[in-house]
Design a binder for this molecule. Structure first.
Ligand code: ADP
Length: 561
């Protein structure tokens, strides 16, 4: 339905008709702005970063003196225009143009001329290309302001059908089990439009220089609706406790406010992340916040924030991680216990060397003419051996120490060498031949040195045990590292033991699967969980010539370029 009136031949009568359309056919209001004028006079003048609820205040203090049926039909109460008289225009004016109306009222009120008039294009759900006009007339009092909106109806729906759909939407939000907040962030839409017009492209640098914009956003963006689930999450007595600025949302996570602001400026449709939330009763919760920004034009849509309380889940996950870490460490210590002889032998070697060299050195010193050059040489060897022993003790301590996994760039070949330290003697004493073929120039991997050592030690122990238990003569273990087809770094261990029964291949990584009398069946399960945590993996197979083969892979450290 169009508001355009039939064109009349006589230009004068056409003007009359247009005036009629403007002042009577179109929604038309008469407002008393005495109270608003005091507020506008006292309030912060000019500047876009003005008090967030400024517009709401201006309209809350502008009372309806009269209104035509058209306006009442569009935005009034169900009871009709009589009901609207005497109430603040804020109660009726559609939210999408409340700021426009408040600004035009302020301009007209501030204008000293008796028939000051202001117009601007606005956005409306109801009208096409609507123009809002606010003016004062000489005949009426200085505090009386007239308001008219001109524009064709968008569709036949009255404001009531829109309100009904709005009501349905509200009910939906209300009954949603997830905490939801409805937010009015339009003020930021306008601030961003201005910044963009001024040429601001890189919002991050802009915020670095103007951190006050975040504070402004937190104060001015307002929570307008809260469902019961959100009130519960915040520990609020009622949803109404949360109505107001969004400051309460970001108290414990100011960085999130910054990232949300950046996402909004950059025109992203949504933003989500995990953040800390300080509830109204002072508790700290871990929540996932999902912000859905309005689709342009912003005036027509609202921002919705969904929250998901992850505290309990994260706590359980942390407990599980701790349990797993304790377990991994226990397994490591128990393996080291099994390798005590081998380790003692490794430490004994440098100790024995120290002993011999010190004795010889004493002998050279006690001669009538001490050979100092010889003593210097021997003492240097003593220092080297002591350093070596110290290194071994240090590695063992690292294996048993309780420390949180620490991921650093590593050379996998070094990790293999270090793992061998614990086992070399054991392997040699069982007459098993060990060969290593370590790839040259491999990219580094990101990982926890001790955990990766643990994996390799575990696989080596398994191979040695498999060979020994089967009584394989001429036992051999081959270790190699290299680059996989997908650029990953690979470690392979092959032995010539009995291999793994085909039926067991799927089960050996399960916890407590063992074929050994004294076995716990945890070694490979722990290896697998360590590899997965590193973004890599482990696989077992049997070699065609007999024996088992285990393959580990780890993503290469990303190229910094
Ligand atoms: P455990 O050593 O305590 O048995 P693991 O998880 O390390 O626990 O190994 C599980 C099972 O996988 C072993 O009991 C064995 O049957 C099999 N297995 C592991 N490595 C080898 C291997 N190199 N050769 C043959 N079987 C192996």
């Amino acid at each position: 339905m169009s508001e355009t009136l039939p064109a009349a031949g006589d230009p004068d009568s056409r003007i009359v008709l247009e005036i009629d359309a403007l002042y009577r056919g179109s929604p038309h209001w008469e407002l008393d702005t005495a109270d608003a004028r005091t507020f506008i006079g006292a309030g912060p003048s000019g500047g876009d970063l003005r008090q967030a609820n400024w517009a709401a205040e201006v309209l809350g203090r502008s009372r309806v003196v009269d209104v035509n049926d058209r306006a009442a039909h569009l935005v009034g109460t169900l009871e009709g225009r009589e009901e609207m008289i005497g109430r603040p225009v804020a109660d009726f004016w559609p939210p999408d143009s409340q700021d426009d109306l408040a600004e035009l009222i302020a301009e007209v009120v501030a204008d000293r001329s008796p028939d000051a008039t202001r117009s601007r294009d606005i956005t409306s759900l109801l009208l096409q290309a609507p123009v809002l006009t606010v003016w004062r007339s000489q005949e009426a009092g200085a505090d009386t302001v007239f308001v008219a909106v001109k524009g064709a109806m968008n569709d036949r729906r009255s404001y009531w059908s829109l309100r009904a759909s709005e009501e349905r939407y509200r009910k939906l939000i209300h009954h949603m089990p997830n905490p939801l907040l409805r937010v009015d962030a339009r003020v930021m839409g306008r601030v961003f439009a201005r910044l963009k017009a001024e040429g601001v492209v890189d919002i991050e640098s802009y915020l670095d220089a103007h951190p006050e914009l975040i504070a402004f956003a937190e104060r001015s963006v307002r929570i307008t609706e809260v469902n019961p689930a959100a009130a519960l999450l915040f520990g609020a007595r009622s949803p109404a406790d949360l109505i107001g600025s969004v400051e309460c949302l970001f108290k414990a996570s100011p960085e999130t406010a910054r990232r949300v602001t950046i996402a909004h400026f950059d025109g992203r449709r949504s933003h989500d992340e995990v953040m800390k939330l300080r509830t109204l009763d002072g508790r700290l919760r871990d929540v996932r916040i999902a912000v859905t920004f309005p689709t342009p034009p912003e005036q027509l849509d609202v921002t919705v924030i969904g929250l998901d309380d992850l505290t309990d889940r994260l706590r359980t996950e942390a407990q599980l991680r701790q349990l797993q870490a304790d377990f991994t460490r226990a397994a490591r210590i128990s393996t080291l216990g099994e390798l005590a002889t081998s380790i003692a032998h490794e430490v004994n070697q440098p100790l024995a060397a120290i002993f011999t060299n010190a004795e010889t050195s004493l002998r050279w010193l006690s001669r009538d003419e001490p050979n100092l050059a010889k003593v210097v040489q021997l003492t240097t060897r003593i220092v080297d051996s002591a350093r070596h022993a110290n290194e071994i003790v240090h590695r063992i301590r690292a294996m048993t120490a309780k420390h949180a996994p620490e991921c650093l760039p590593l050379d996998l070949n070094e990790v293999v060498d270090e793992a061998l330290l614990f086992l070399r003697h054991d392997i040699e004493s069982r007459s098993i031949r060990l060969s290593t073929k370590l790839g040259l120039g491999l990219p580094r991997v990101i990982g926890d040195r001790v955990q990766l050592q643990q994996v390799i030690v575990n696989l080596l122990v398994n191979s040695v045990q498999a060979i020994s238990q089967a009584g394989t003569r001429d036992g051999r273990v081959e270790l190699s590292t290299g680059l996989g087809s997908g650029g990953e770094v690979v470690f392979v261990i092959r032995d010539n033991g009995p291999g793994i029964p085909e039926d067991d291949l799927d089960r050996i990584f399960e916890g407590f699967f063992t074929t050994k009398d004294e076995g716990m069946g945890l070694g490979l399960a722990i290896c697998q969980s360590i590899m997965t945590a590193h973004g890599g993996g482990i696989a077992a197979s049997n070699r065609p010539e007999g024996g088992a083969c285990f393959r580990l892979w780890l993503p290469a450290e990303p190229d910094p370029a």
